[in-house]
Design a protein around this ligand. Structure first.
Ligand SMILES: Cc1cc2nc3c(=O)[nH]c(=O)nc-3n(C[C@H](O)[C@H](O)[C@H](O)COP(=O)(O)OP(=O)(O)OC[C@H]3O[C@@H](n4cnc5c(N)ncnc54)[C@H](O)[C@@H]3O)c2cc1C
Length: 499
């Protein structure tokens, strides 16, 4: 019998081999700072990055893959994001948006061929949800599905898909067309192999994305026919399948966050230690220390998220009901990524404001994480709704009283701050603020839990202090009534020169 390709490789060896390939790819002849401001990846770099078969990680063992779990995936992707956020997102797209959902919901007959191509041809996969007129409102997508003689015809437009024109396998989402021409409510998902007859996806336009230059984005036209075996089979309905997928992906954002945040911290420390301003090392200025402490707190908070995600997000688990936690982890991780990049850029100063400097590049690369897979504004609103529902069910009106059971590890520390009655009738802007507040409180809970279980206590205490200050200022914000609306016809009497 032939030996399994990963029979004698431990996870640590697999990870170390991948890290070594990144060192060769990014730090040898083709330095990342040299090619990062042109679009795409030089062929030699891509070949090097794929040389240790990183996409095998989450492919099940029975199909020749490494069979890695979510905890291992987080460690792996985080190692990538230390070197390149675009590379970690590329792995994230493949693993969380294609391989994991296809493994869970795909049909057995379709799998061997697809996984064989990932393992032997370095093929990649992605997910198509967003349409030009339906982004945040994705459940109203217009891609139509019609069934004909056991095959499915999908027609529509999708845009902003990561790996547009590059991935060979896609999970396509759409809604079934009824006989009277309307679209059914439920969403269905199909695997599409762009090399198979009738399954070619036409790229109508490539976008000039602001950052993440190594990942192609664009507008895709779908007019494909796929066989029954390519249909993903939901366990209950398609919307729940899609939310299980999205929540699992959101739980894995800390993977892309952690390495990135650690890199921002390391770059910041190394810069301020060597930069002299006014004959004094930047490291010795108090405001600089405040920034560094905040950068380090972000690393600690994200580490705590990784612990949590590694424990709850495996593919056997149904994550449909865990929207509140998934959304908190996604929003806070992505806010911290943008904040850390902005802070590094501030510390590096003018030199940082270049695409070929890690600080400038990271600022534009990290920004869309607050937009895709659920815009943070909307997710904070949803977090508030879900949390208020929990409080209502528990018949609790005082925030502190509810935190005693919801966030037991840190409730005491927040007793004075949170001993107030929560208003259930908040405006949307106040709901967003409330969602931001609850997210920071839950982040404190996760940091305290990780410290109880052995994470370094001085780092945890610093992070808890930083978060407590943030909680305090967010509570102040929440209490400040402001219903200001935009004045639409603002041009009259508002030109300063006439005054
Ligand atoms: C770099 C990048 C990568 C992406 N990758 C993928 C991918 O791989 N696959 C894929 O299918 N899609 C992908 N997308 C698309 C992404 O998921 C959408 O851009 C996102 O869902 C927002 O949709 P939209 O752009 O249509 O914005 P809109 O839906 O128009 O929303 C724009 C903004 O309006 C506000 N807003 C919207 N609704 C509300 C509301 N109810 N309440 C308050 N404010 C609201 C929010 O501020 C929101 O950010 C990607 C996008 C980017 C930029």
């Amino acid at each position: 019998m032939m030996q399994h390709p990963f029979a004698n490789i431990s996870f640590q060896e697999f990870l170390d081999n991948f890290k070594a390939s990144m060192k060769r790819a990014y730090h040898r002849d083709d330095k990342i700072d040299d090619f990062c401001s042109t679009r795409g990846i030089p062929a030699a770099v891509l070949t090097e990055l794929m040389s240790t078969n990183p996409l095998a990680l989450t492919i099940p063992r029975e199909y020749g893959g490494f069979g890695g779990n979510v905890k291992q995936n987080i460690a792996f992707i985080s190692a990538a994001s230390y070197e390149s956020l675009a590379l970690s997102l590329t792995l994230g797209i493949n693993n969380a948006l294609f391989i994991q959902p296809f493994t869970k919901y795909g049909q057995a007959a379709a799998k061997p061929h697809v996984f064989e191509r990932f393992l032997n041809n370095q093929s990649m996969g992605g997910l198509m949800i967003t349409e030009p007129n339906f982004g945040s409102d994705a459940l109203n997508m217009q891609t139509a599905i019609t069934e004909k003689n056991g095959s499915y015809h999908l027609q529509g437009f999708k845009h902003w898909q990561g790996l547009t024109g590059m991935a060979e396998f896609w999970l396509l989402t759409g809604r079934r067309k009824t006989e009277n021409g309307t679209l059914m409510r439920d969403v269905e998902m199909f695997m599409c192999d762009v090399n198979a007859p009738g399954q070619q996806i036409v790229v109508e336009e490539y976008y000039e994305n602001l950052g993440l230059y190594q990942i192609p984005y664009g507008l895709n036209r779908l007019d494909v026919v796929v066989p029954e075996q390519n249909r993903l089979i939901p366990h209950t309905n398609g919307v729940k399948m899609l939310l299980d997928l999205l929540h699992r992906s959101r739980f894995q954002f800390p993977a892309m966050g952690l390495g990135f945040l650690q890199r921002m911290l390391d770059e910041a420390i190394s810069h301020v230690k060597t930069r002299l301003v006014g004959n004094k090392s930047l490291f010795d200025y108090d405001q600089v220390q405040s920034r560094l402490a905040r950068l380090q707190a972000n690393f600690t908070i994200c580490s705590a998220f990784c612990v949590k995600s590694g424990e709850v997000a495996d593919i056997e688990n149904d994550l449909f009901p865990l929207g509140l936690e998934a959304n908190i982890i996604k929003t806070v991780t992505t806010d911290m990524m943008q904040e850390s990049a902005q802070s590094l850029l501030q510390l590096v100063g003018g030199k940082g404001y270049r695409l070929n400097n890690i600080a400038g590049r990271s600022t534009v690369d990290s920004r869309p994480f607050q937009i895709f897979e659920g815009s943070n504004d909307i997710l904070y609103h949803q977090i508030a709704d879900a949390f208020l529902k929990l409080m209502k069910t528990a018949k609790e009106t005082k925030l502190y009283n509810y935190l005693v059971s919801y966030a037991p590890a840190i409730a005491q520390r927040l007793q004075t701050l949170t001993s107030f009655e929560v208003d259930y009738q908040l405006s949307q802007r106040k709901l967003v603020e409330f969602g931001q507040l609850i997210s920071r409180i839950f982040s404190m809970q996760l940091v305290a839990e990780s410290a109880q279980r052995g994470f370094r206590s001085d780092l945890a205490e610093n992070a808890l202090d930083v978060l407590r200050q943030e909680v305090s200022s967010r509570i102040n914000n929440l209490r400040f009534e402001n219903q200001t609306l935009v004045v639409e016809d603002y041009a009259a009497n508002s030109y300063w020169f006439d005054i």
